[in-house]
Design a protein around this ligand. Structure first.
Ligand SMILES: [Zn+2]
Length: 63
C-alpha cells in the first residue's frame, strides 16, 4: 500500500467539508491505479458507497 506523501495532501484533507468526502477522496487516491484487496491481493471488486470496495475473491470490504 502506498503511503500518502507530503504536506500538500494533509492540508487539502483538512479543508474537506466532511468525513465522507474525505474518505471518498482518500479512496480515489488509494485506488487510482485500480483496486487491490489488502487481504488477498485480488484486483476484482466493486465499489460500494463511493469509498468502500468489496473484494469478489474473499468478500473483504476495504475502506
Ligand atoms: Zn480479497
Amino acid at each position: 500500500m502506498e503511503q500518502f506523501k507530503g504536506q500538500d495532501i494533509l492540508n487539502f484533507i483538512k479543508e474537506l467539508p466532511n468525513d465522507d468526502v474525505c474518505k471518498a477522496y482518500l479512496a480515489k487516491i488509494k485506488w487510482q491505479d485500480g483496486f487491490t484487496c489488502s487481504k488477498c491481493g485480488g484486483t476484482k471488486g466493486c465499489e460500494k458507497s463511493g469509498y468502500n470496495y468489496h473484494c469478489y475473491a474473499c468478500d473483504h470490504v476495504e475502506s
